[in-house]
Every structure is written in C-alpha cells, then in structure tokens.
Ligand binder design. Structure first.
Ligand code: SAM
Length: 286
C-alpha cells in the first residue's frame, strides 16, 4: 500500500515538473504567467478544479436553451464574472460580452487570460451598486453571485431593467416563503474570506427560490425553472433537490436553483431562441 502511495506521489511530481517545464519553455510570457498563477494558487477559490465541471454544465444548459447560433452579435452582460471563462466562451461564439466583477485582481487576470478572445471586455464594478448605467443587453448571465450580495432587491431590480432575457443561478434557503431572505456571514456558509470568489465585505444573503421568482414575476418576467440533474456537479452544486421547507441555509453551498427569465412584452414573452421563434411562427399560422 505504502509503495503504491509513494509511486503515485512520484508520478504526480513528474507530471507537475513537466507542466512547469512546458510552461517555462513553450508558452508566451503572459500565457506562462496565467498558467503558473493557477498552478501555484493552492486551488484557492476560482482556481479550484471543481469550477471546471460546474462551468461546463451551466454552459451546456445555456446552449440547450439558446442553441449556438443565438449568440452571434448578441450583447451579453456577465455579472460576477470571476476570471471570465463563461463570458469568453460565448464571446468566442460571436457575442459582445461585458464581464463585471468586484475584484480588480479577478478583472486583471480575466483580461490577461482572454486577451486573444475578440468581443469581450472586463471592468471592475461592485455589484452592490446600481449597474444599469452600463446600458441594455440581449442577455444577462448571473451565476454564483446573488448569495454574495447584501441587497438583492436592488440588484434584481437592476437586472430586470437591463435585459428582457436572463439566466440566473444561486445558492438558496429551503423555504416556500416568497419574502424570505436571510443575511448571512459568509464564514458560516463555508466560503473562505479574502479569497477571489466570495462576497467583497464578508456578508451575503440566502433568498428562498420563491423570493427570486416573486421579484421576477413582479417585474413582468416569465419564470422557467431548470431544477434538473444535468446541472449537478460534485457535492457542492445541486439543482434537483426536493424542497422540505425547513429553512435550511444553503447546505454548504450545495442547495442551488437555476432559472431562465423572459420578459413579457405587451402580453407576449420575448421569443428569441430559434426554437421559440419557430413555435411562435407556427402558432401564428394556425
Ligand atoms: C462564486 S464566484 C462565481 C464566478 C462565476 N460567475 C461562475 O459562476 O463561475 C463569485 C464571483 O462574484 C464576485 N463578487 C462577489 N461579490 C461581488 C460584488 N459585490 N460585486 C461584484 N462582484 C462580486 C467574486 O469576486 C467572484 O468572482
């Protein structure tokens, strides 16, 4: 057994050295910096490998909803974009993406990492403040952010005023009360402070899923729930849990919900995806 562990350790050391040597001799200075920053990060926050699977599942969900062709020339706002990997993916599909994050270091890293992706830019902005000055967008991506904010009423209002189409994902509390939102010290939720992924001030909040849906409906949006197992990734990211209405707070950040919200314009929900346009067209000819 011990020999096996030692062998595994030696192999991982060899692989690690190879990565470092490859980085030293084959990458450009900026790519080397980006790769080594991740390599020497101790998997902290946004560098944790669990982000990979979580990101892929959510990007696939967006592709399921909109298809690939939707993104060409669409204006997208990604809120709490971290290192910008989600926005960069859709920029590569032709979208014009603005990524906002509250941490200058994340923005700097995102700019370096995605400097060769056309159509994406990043700015530092505290999303506790009103961001509606950035203009209107075809789509807002709001992932992994809500539970890091204090005043989600104001934040959601700004979201619903800047776009007619949104995808949103957050940790929630298990309650059916449409007015329930609990402020929480992030230390108690299990996110390390002073890293690159948590709340800026250490205080976040956990709304009930019905809180989010109520605000969306009050703002004239249709609510599409995606509480589906295809989004689940590892122990920390669960979307298809059964409600118990027992007030559980996030369950170690694993109690999550995912929605798409579409604006009801003059009695008709904005039909934007190819599939939706086709069904609207065929309904009109019936
Ligand atoms: C859990 S990470 C999610 C990253 C990415 N959106 C994703 O889902 O993979 C949360 C991100 O929100 C950012 N953030 C937290 N509080 C913020 C605030 N008040 N204003 C702007 N960004 C904030 C963090 O810096 C971090 O990049």
């Amino acid at each position: 057994m011990l020999r096996k562990i030692d062998r595994l350790y030696q192999i991982s050391k060899m692989l690690y050295r190879k990565l470092v040597i490859d980085a030293e001799y084959t990458l450009s200075p900026i790519d080397r910096h980006v790769m080594q920053t991740a390599l020497y990060s101790d998997w902290a926050g946004l560098f944790h490998p669990s982000y990979g699977a979580w990101r892929v599942k959510r990007c696939n969900k967006i592709l399921d909803i909109y298809g690939i062709d939707f993104f060409k020339d669409r204006k997208i706002l990604e809120l709490g974009c971290g290192h910008g990997d989600i926005g960069a993916f859709f920029a590569e599909l032709g979208a014009q993406v603005l990524g906002l994050d509250g941490r200058q270091r994340n923005v700097t890293f995102a700019r370096l990492k995605h400097r060769n992706v056309a159509g994406i830019r990043f700015e530092q902005f505290n999303l506790e403040d009103d961001f509606s000055g950035f203009g209107r967008f075809d789509l807002i991506i709001n992932f992994g952010l809500i539970y890091h904010l204090r005043d989600i009423n104001a934040h959601l209002r700004a979201c619903f005023s800047c776009a007619d189409d949104l995808v949103m994902e957050t940790v929630v509390c298990d309650s059916t009360d449409p007015y329930k939102v609990t402020l929480c010290d992030e230390k108690k939720l299990g996110t390390p402070l002073d890293d690159n992924e948590s709340s800026i001030k250490g205080i976040g909040c956990l709304p009930s899923p019905f809180f989010i849906e109520r605000v969306a409906t009050e703002n004239g949006f249709r609510v599409d729930r995606h509480f589906t197992p295809d989004l689940n990734a590892g122990v920390q990211f669960n979307y298809d849990w059964s409600p118990k209405n027992d007030g559980r707070l996030g369950e170690g950040l694993s109690l999550r919900r995912f929605w798409r919200f579409v604006k009801d314009v003059d009695g008709h929900f904005a039909a934007r995806t190819t599939g939706e346009l086709q069904s609207v067209e065929s309904a009109a000819t019936m």
